[in-house]
Write a protein that binds this ligand. Sequence first.
Ligand SMILES: Nc1ncnc2c1ncn2[C@@H]1O[C@H](COP(=O)(O)OP(=O)(O)O)[C@@H](O)[C@H]1O
Ligand SMILES: [Mg+2]
Length: 326
Amino acid sequence: MSLRTFFEKYPERRYIMFGGKGGLGKTTFSATTAYWLAKQGYKVLVFSVDPQASLSDIFQRDIFGKGAVEIMPNLYAQEVDADRRIKEYQQEIRQKILDMYGLDQVPQEVENYIQAAAAEPAMEESAIFDAVVDIVIGGEYDYYIYDLVPLGHALYYLSMASVYDEWIDKITGLRAEMAEYAQVAAIMQRSRETEEDKILRELQFIKNRINTSSGILTDKQKTAFFFVLIPEEMIILDTQKAAGLFAKYNVPLSGYIVNRVIPPELADQNIPEYLRNRLEMQKGYLEKIDKVFGREVLARVPEFERDITGLPMIERVAEVMLGGAA
Ligand SMILES: Nc1ncnc2c1ncn2[C@@H]1O[C@H](COP(=O)(O)OP(=O)(O)O)[C@@H](O)[C@H]1O
Ligand SMILES: [Mg+2]
């Protein structure tokens, strides 16, 4: 099967992700697939939470923190400003404390706690996750293409359900401590029961969102997760390992895309020994990839003569990766 037939055969897989190590081509393939699907007439959003802002680079537009920006008809790109989400999140917590206890200023001690809690990786994850949930739950697009940050993170992300249970425990603990601060300050104005009701309602709301979106992100019927690799020894080994982990976490894998293949037809030309050796070496690794991943390899993308930036370049990649645009 080819990547193109994959999309034709499984139109219900509307949540598309490319995983793999940094620098292998995830952003390039996210943008290319988004471009191709948009050309097919689908309304597509490609989005990222990576502060590296690489969608801005590939589309040659500054889209960071600007919401969904139209790149061309049907194609929208969005880069989430995670830091801003965290700040908004902290502000929300402050406001809740002020409202709950009828204060007009957050006590310094509690403020310190909020600062410390915001530095927790779990907090950052939750802010990012919240942003992703908002995007995915919106339901405005035919396709959502999630330009992932490198693999470890992706895996973490996709096993969110358990991460979120932990996070909820943390938040519950945090709230309990805040209640203590409040008591010490003798400013608690509402009954404990009301407060607990509120917290419970909120946690249930959060849980509901988590279930909905992690459901989407790990649903075999709706999600396609592709691994990007290149013909190199270490990457092949890493990819095998990662695939094993994905299987362990029950994250469905849809196939592999091999990037940076030196065009084999160069061998018929008068080329330097150096390049001939590299071609030979790649040939071996490509054979190994075929042996290991076999029919799950959905596309081979050549090494281009320059970086992939701008729509004309993306169009060229789309042609080889997906067999021509529109
Ligand atoms: N097939 C290719 N030919 C030439 N340059 C490529 C190719 N694939 C990716 N690149 C370039 O390699 C760099 C890393 O790619 P990128 O998609 O940003 O990787 P990732 O998102 O996995 O970190 C980018 O500068 C991109 O333009
Ligand atoms: Mg990237």
